[in-house]
Design a protein around this ligand. Structure first.
Ligand code: CP3
Length: 370
C-alpha cells in the first residue's frame, strides 16, 4: 500500500493514539550483533567505546534504519551509562556486564553525590544531536534510560542475576536504603531523559527489565512511586514516555496507572486483554509489542500471521506500536526481521488519515498533513 505519513509522524501519531495510515514498527535491540555491519564496526572497538563515541553510536543507530523499514531509531547506548556516571566501574566482558563496587548499605548510597548529566553523560547528548541531524524530521528517534529498579538490580548484584536475591534482601532488610537508592536514581533518570529530549529525541523509553521479578505489592510500594515521578516529570515538560517491563502480567493493573504515554509488553501478555484494560484507564496508554523475539526464527508465514493476530487483538491499529516483547537476540536471522517489518508494512490502519502529497521531506511518498 502507499505510505501516506512520514515514519516520524506515524510513530508519534500512534503514540498519541491518533489515526495512522499503518501501525509504526521498530524493534528493541534493533542495532546489534545480528547485523553483519554492526559486527564489522564492533571488530575494531569495544562495546563501551561504541557507546562513548558519538560518531560510532550514530553509525550503529542508523544501520538498522538503512536496512529495514523501521519508523523509529533508538539511540545506541546502554542502561548502565547511569551507574558509570555515578562513579561505578562498569565493564562488559563476555557473559554480561560487571559493576564494582556494589551497593549494599546506606553509606554506599550516601557516597553518591549529585550527578551533573550534561557533564558526565555529554557524550549521549552529543550522540542524540548527531543522530537527529542525520535523521532530519523523517524518522522518529527514541531516547531511553534504565528505570530505577532495574538499575538498582545491577548496582546491588554487580551483574545480572536469575534470582536477584541480594536486591530483594536489601529490600526486605533495609527498605529505607532501597527507597533512597531508587529516589536518587529517579532524580538522575529525569535529568538524563530530559537532556535526551532537549537534544532531539522525540520520545523516551524507560526499560524496567527486571520489575516483573517482584510481586505486585512490592512493586507498588517500592518501585511504582519513583517510576511515576519520572513519568510525571517528563510529561510536565511536554515530553512523551513509554515504560517497558519484562514479565509484566501481574503488574499490569499498576503499570497502567503510571499515566505513561505507552506501555511496552512482552509476549506473555494477551494483547486483547491489555487493550481492554488500557481502554478503561483515565489516561489510556498506547500499547507496544509483543512477539517473542524467538518468533523471528519462524518461517515468514508464521511471522505474518502473528503480526496480523496482534494487530487484530489491539483493535486494528490505532494506539499500537509494532515491536517484539524483548530485544532481538544475536543469532536472529535477518530474514525474520525483514518478514516482521514487511508484515507490518502490509497492514492498513482501520482509521483513515487525511491525505496530502508530500512537500516537506525527501522520502518520495505521500503524507498526511504535517
Ligand atoms: O535497542 C537498541 O538497539 C538500543 C541499544 C540498547 C543496548 N542495550 C545495546 C546493547 C539498549 C536500549 C540497551 C538496554 C539495556 N542494556 C537493558 C534493558 C533492555 C533489555 O535488554 O532488557 C539492559 C538490561 C542492559 C544491560 C546489558 N547490556 C546487558 C545485560 C548486556 C549483555 C547482554 C548482551 O546482549 O551481550 C548488555 C550489552 C549490550 N547492550 C549489547 C548491545 C548491542 C551487546 C554488546 C556487544 O556488542 O557485545
Amino acid at each position: 500500500m502507499t505510505a501516506t505519513m512520514t515514519p516520524r509522524k506515524r510513530f508519534l501519531a500512534a503514540l498519541r493514539q491518533q489515526p495512522v495510515d499503518r501501525p509504526p514498527v521498530w524493534m528493541m535491540r534493533q542495532a546489534g550483533r545480528y547485523l553483519p555491519e554492526y559486527r564489522e564496526v564492533r571488530k575494531g572497538h569495544t562495546f563501551l567505546e561504541m557507546v562513548h563515541q558519538p560518531e560510532l553510536a550514530t553509525e550503529v543507530t542508523l544501520q538498522p534504519l538503512r536496512r529495514f523499514g523501521f519508523d523509529a531509531g533508538i539511540l545506541f547506548s546502554d542502561i548502565l551509562t547511569i551507574p558509570e556516571a555515578m562513579g561505578m566501574n562498569v565493564q562488559f566482558p563476555e557473559g554480561g556486564p560487571q559493576l564494582t563496587p556494589v551497593v549494599r548499605t546506606a553509606a554506599d548510597v550516601a557516597k553518591f553525590g549529585h550527578v551533573d548529566v550534561r557533564e558526565k553523560l555529554g557524550y549521549v547528548e552529543a550522540a542524540v544531536k548527531m543522530i537527529r541531524g542525520e535523521l532530519g524530521d523523517h524518522h522518529a528517534l527514541l531516547g531511553f534510560s534504565g528505570a530505577p529498579f532495574t538499575l538498582a538490580c545491577y548496582m546491588i548484584e554487580g551483574h545480572g542475576s536469575k534470582t536477584f536475591e541480594l536486591t530483594k534482601t536489601l529490600m526486605v532488610q533495609q527498605p529505607e536504603v532501597m527507597r533512597s537508592l531508587l529516589d536518587l536514581l529517579a532524580d538522575v533518570v529525569i535529568d538524563y531523559l530530559q537532556m535526551q529530549l532537549e537534544a532531539g529525541a522525540d520520545a523516551v523509553q524507560l526499560f524496567d527489565t527486571w520489575a516483573g521479578e517482584l510481586r505486585r505489592a512490592d512493586y507498588d510500594a517500592m518501585v511504582w512511586p519513583s517510576t511515576k515521578r519520572i513519568v510525571d516529570a517528563i510529561q510536565d515538560k511536554g515530553g512523551q514516555i513509554m515504560v517497558f517491563a519484562r514479565h509484566p502480567g501481574h503488574l499490569l493493573d499498576s503499570t497502567m496507572t503510571l499515566g505513561a504515554d505507552g506501555l511496552g509488553l512482552d509476549w506473555r501478555i494477551d494483547m486483547a486483554e491489555a487493550a481492554a484494560k488500557a481502554s478503561k484507564q483515565a489516561l489510556r496508554p498506547a500499547l507496544q509489542g509483543n512477539l517473542d523475539p524467538i518468533e523471528l526464527f519462524a518461517p515468514a508465514a508464521h511471522i505474518e500471521r502473528r503480526v496480523k493476530e496482534v494487530y487484530e487483538s489491539v483493535g486494528g491499529g490505532t494506539g499500537w506500536i509494532a515491536n517484539l516483547g524483548h530485544g532481538v537476540i544475536p543469532p536472529t536471522p535477518i530474514a525474520g526481521v525483514e518478514a516482521f517489518v514487511n508484515a507490518v508494512h502490509a497492514l492498513k490502519s482501520k482509521t483513515a488519515v487525511p491525505h496530502v502529497p508530500c512537500s516537506h521531506c525527501r522520502c518520495g511518498s505521500e503524507h498526511a498533513a504535517p
